[in-house]
Design a protein around this ligand. Structure first.
Ligand code: ADP
Length: 193
């Protein structure tokens, strides 16, 4: 039982680790990027609204994002824990999440930061652009996303560090090795898979 979130720059491997950790800990992975992409693909009203922001490498407005996550966290499968990937990404989203969890009498247990060298991130995203054809993986848009991360999201690391929740894990290496590192760090904090 763990309520955790994964933070790290675009291309750090959060989505990949989210799937593996969700499996290991039997908790749902809530990846806001994936949810938005599914809505864009299905041309839902949310997807139509989100698409422009995503294609420009901007954040989808908090009004849409916060409501989406609040809704998801209220679902039954989140009662025994969850893993948030890609949310919160702004200090306002941190506040919104705190409120949603407090209203349930809950709070976060741990925040895992995946660290990676920016050069490696750019190489990885270049590979992903070719493989998956994500419309937000072009060179310009990626640069925008990295800047936005540094400006808007990196400050969250200090906030969660100040709360004593932060665990930083080296995101470089084989996928399974990174998962193993995270699992070990969580075990050290009393959360076992
Ligand atoms: P990455 O972490 O590589 O940027 P994601 O799949 O997590 O990729 O997100 C893709 C896009 O979805 C973001 O660039 C943004 O437009 C949108 N998005 C995802 N999560 C959020 C969020 N919490 N707040 C605002 N926008 C978001």
């Amino acid at each position: 039982m763990v309520r955790m979130l994964l933070v790290g720059p675009p291309g750090a491997g959060k989505g990949t680790q989210a799937v593996l950790l969700s499996d290991a800990f039997s908790i749902p992975a809530i990846s806001t990027g994936d949810i938005f992409r599914a809505n864009v693909r299905d041309e839902t009203p949310l997807g139509i609204e989100a698409k422009g922001y995503m294609d420009r490498g901007e954040y989808v407005p908090d009004s849409l994002t916060n409501a989406l996550v609040a809704d998801r966290l209220a679902q039954k499968d989140c009662e025994l824990g969850f893993l948030l990937d890609g949310y919160p990404r702004t200090l306002d989203q941190v506040r919104a999440l705190d409120e949603v969890l407090a209203s349930q009498g809950n709070q976060l247990d741990v925040v895992v930061e995946l660290t990676v060298d920016p050069e490696i991130v750019i190489d990885r995203i270049r590979g992903r652009a070719t493989e998956q054809g994500r419309t937000d993986d072009s060179e310009d848009v990626v640069r925008n996303r990295l800047e936005l991360y540094a400006r808007e999201t990196a400050p969250l690391i200090e906030v969660y560090g100040g709360r004593g929740l932060l665990v930083s894990v080296d995101g470089i290496g084989a996928i399974d090795d990174v998962t193993q590192r995270i699992v070990e760090e969580l075990a050290r904090r009393g959360f076992s898979a």
